[in-house]
Design a binder for this molecule. Structure first.
Ligand SMILES: C[S@@+](CC[C@H](N)C(=O)[O-])C[C@H]1O[C@@H](n2cnc3c(N)ncnc32)[C@H](O)[C@@H]1O
Length: 259
């Protein structure tokens, strides 16, 4: 199976607009067991001055910002970037009623169109595992951050959604492609090359899924799962429910990198 998670053609198709991603985000939100909502938790991690310049790389539909619209300090200026023009357009629409001031650009993470020392903080959330030249992207993030700037990079660990992937494997007959290039396990050493101080903050959560259809839709939102497998998936996932609940592990955290 090709590793579509790093293939630029397939990624361009998958992220041409926010439809697939929106479906997956809604699924996680609906069945989360976390005490603190994920986007609120992500925003809690920021440690920035009241007039910070923040770069958001691979911003997707900008949900980090729209979900925290009233928490954004008025004097923050936020630059939204993504390599998908469709995502940048959606992101712009989604932040129209947010506090703070926003601008946007189409940009590849491994070649950022900004001067050295431009930003106080940068986010690269759930995206570094997609970047083929990740070393260049991390170097670019360090370059455009001020010396005291902070990078926030959320990603998943090896046990993320393991029960869901085990079931998917039983239907596909092979292990589905996972995004293993930048994980909670190997992200630290990659950031260490460019940042002096790297800390991992874990987000404590899991999924308690109570309906089979959303988990089927989640599987079908992947580029490597064909619509014709819907019935097989439905049967395989239905068999995982105990007392009406399919329990799925999540393994998520944010690296906070400084210096
Ligand atoms: C899983 S989504 C995450 C979106 C958002 N950061 C979030 O946390 O909801 C990954 C995003 O990274 C973008 N992306 C993938 N590779 C990229 C690259 N090399 N440069 C910039 N953006 C990229 C995709 O277009 C997509 O919007």
């Amino acid at each position: 199976m090709p590793d579509w998670l790093e293939s630029s053609d397939v990624l361009a198709e998958q992220y041409a607009d926010s439809e697939n991603l929106d479906a997956r985000i809604a699924f996680h939100k609906e069945y989360s067991t976390a005490e603190r909502e994920f986007r609120a938790w992500q925003f809690d991690q920021f440690d920035c001055n009241s007039d910070a310049r923040v770069l958001c790389v691979g911003c997707g539909p900008a949900e980090l910002w729209s979900a925290n619209r009233k928490r954004i300090p008025d004097r923050w200026s936020i630059m939204l970037t993504d390599f998908s023009p469709g995502m940048v357009e959606t992101a712009r629409e989604n932040v129209t009623d947010c506090d703070g001031s926003f601008s946007s650009r189409v940009a590849d993470a491994s070649d950022l169109p900004f001067k050295n020392d431009s930003f106080d903080a940068a986010t690269a959330n759930h995206m570094l595992y997609h970047v083929r030249d990740r070393e260049a992207a991390i170097a670019e993030l360090r370059r455009v951050l001020k010396p005291a700037g902070i990078l926030y990079a959320t990603t998943n660990g090896d046990r993320h959604l393991v029960e869901l992937f085990d079931t998917l494997e039983s239907v596909l007959g092979e292990r589905p492609a996972r995004s293993t290039g930048f994980t909670l396990e190997n992200g630290h050493e990659q950031l260490d090359h460019r940042f002096d101080d790297v800390e991992l903050r874990r987000y404590d959560t899991a999924l308690a899924v109570t309906d089979v259809e959303p988990v089927v839709a989640y599987a079908l939102s992947r580029e490597d799962v064909d619509e014709s497998l819907a019935d097989d998936l439905r049967g395989a996932f239905a068999a995982q429910f105990e007392d009406g609940v399919f329990r799925v592990s999540k393994d998520v955290g944010t690296f906070v990198a400084r210096g």
